[in-house]
Design a protein around this ligand. Structure first.
Ligand code: DAH
Length: 341
């Protein structure tokens, strides 16, 4: 071995270096030349003792110089490749352009109303109850005292999944589930989705939201119902709002009532929200029908109760003076962002 071998090795290295296009190739090249045991330069060092003593010193020096050059050249090439990769990204993306600020999310107006209703009743000591959206005829109708021939049970009006299973048409079945699960006294509200086969228009959507309320205990009276709803109306719509109960019929309560509040917008003078009547209907309510107690094993001579149900969508519409409930479901950011709280 002599100096020409080293020169030849250096020429070979330079060629291979040029062919390295990425970090992995460079690492392989590094090992091929500089690995102590297997590297070409190490090999030269090992053969040094056999080199003719007259040139051994020069060969050794040359080999060492090559080693340094190889190290430096590989590092330099590594830096060049990194720089080129960086530049490729910069060429692709103009990092000096202003960023696009992500839109901040916020609570949907219907959820805001639901939360407010729940908060008001929780302050009055109610707990929140949940029930299935897919329920049986028994819970949705039968146990709620809605007879077989009642028009509400028509397949035209409800989404049936099987003969016996349907998407609940109201939150009233949660009353039955709750009473089956728990012993009186009971003070619950149950917010949730309900489904009806209504044609969609400004006041109907096939899915909407209700909140059901139920209080059962010894000596619960209609006066408790009225006082509770009056308190709710004040907290929800303002301290000046008056309450009006009109006799009405719901199979699961007796007596039953429809509940109006005085128009919080025009204060009773007449406007488009109350349709010039000065009153707005907000919910249905009544004293729990004793037949419901019989079904869940409560003693109708021991306990009485009141119940109410209201539409969350409807209350949201009223509060904001909106005329078309479909707006809540279109998810148009321009509409929804007005309810950012
Ligand atoms: N379930 C009725 C509906 O969907 C609303 C309702 C009325 C619920 C009177 C009640 C009630 O609890 O007492 O229209």
């Amino acid at each position: 071995m002599d100096l020409t071998d080293i020169e030849a090795l250096e020429a070979r290295f330079n060629g291979e270096l040029q062919a390295c296009a990425d970090d992995r190739a460079l690492t392989a090249l590094h090992d091929a030349y500089l690995s102590r045991k297997r590297g070409h330069i190490g090999e030269i060092m090992r053969q040094l003792p056999q080199v003719d003593p007259s040139v051994r010193g020069a060969v050794g020096q040359r080999a060492n110089a090559l080693k340094r050059r190889v190290e430096e050249a590989i590092e330099k090439r590594r830096a060049e490749l990194a720089e080129a990769a960086q530049q490729a990204i910069v060429d692709l993306v103009d990092v000096t352009l202003p960023g696009i600020r992500p839109r901040r999310g916020f609570i949907h107006p219907i959820s805001q109303t639901r939360r407010e209703i729940c908060r008001i009743f929780m302050q009055m000591g109610y707990s929140i109850e949940d029930g299935p959206e897919l329920d049986t005829e028994y819970y949705n109708f039968e146990a709620a005292n809605i007879p077989r021939d009642h028009p509400a049970r028509d397949a035209q009006d409800s989404f049936y999944v099987t003969d016996d299973l349907l998407l609940r048409t109201h939150t009233t079945p949660v009353q039955i589930h709750a009473m089956e699960r728990r012993k009186p006294p009971l003070r619950i509200i149950a917010p949730g989705r309900v489904f009806r086969r209504d044609a969609t228009d400004a006041t109907h959507t096939p899915m909407f939201f209700q909140v059901e309320g139920l209080v059962v205990g010894k000596g619960i009276s209609f006066a408790h119902l009225r006082g509770t709803l009056q308190t709710f109306a004040h907290m929800m719509f303002g301290p000046d709002v008056k309450l009006r109960l009109r006799p009405s019929y719901f199979p699961f309560v007796e007596p039953g009532a429809e509940v109006d509040i005085s128009c919080f917008l025009c204060k009773g003078n007449g406007c488009r929200v109350c349709k010039d009547s000065g009153w707005i209907e907000i919910l249905g309510a009544g004293m729990v029908h004793p037949a419901l107690f019989d079904r869940v094993g409560y003693d109708r001579k021991e306990v009485t109760g009141f119940a109410f149900g209201m539409g969350i969508d409807r209350i949201t519409l009223l509060k904001h003076g909106i005329e078309d409930t479909r707006l809540f479901f279109e998810n148009d950011y321009r509409f929804l962002s007005q309810f950012r709280s």
